[in-house]
Write a protein of this length. Structure first.
Length: 72
């Protein structure tokens, strides 16, 4: 993904989740996706889908592990 695209995704995530510390970052050696962090914690990946010529979309994938659901 291009830097401008990642910047736009970061702005969207911050507005949508009302969270200033969420950020999309470039993935090493990958051009079709970026990583999403809250602070220093990795939370997921955004994939770019441009298979259809006139239809660009993004898919956010976040895994939630069972121990993440436990009370601290």
């Amino acid at each position: 993904m291009k830097t401008e695209e990642i910047t736009q995704l970061t702005a969207f995530l911050r507005r949508k989740f009302q969270l200033a510390t969420i950020e999309a970052k470039r993935r090493p050696q990958k051009n079709d996706s970026c990583e999403v962090y809250i602070g220093e914690e990795f939370i997921g990946v955004i994939y770019r889908d441009d298979e259809d010529e006139d239809d660009l979309s993004y898919s956010f994938q976040m895994a939630i592990l069972d121990f993440d659901l436990e009370d601290e």
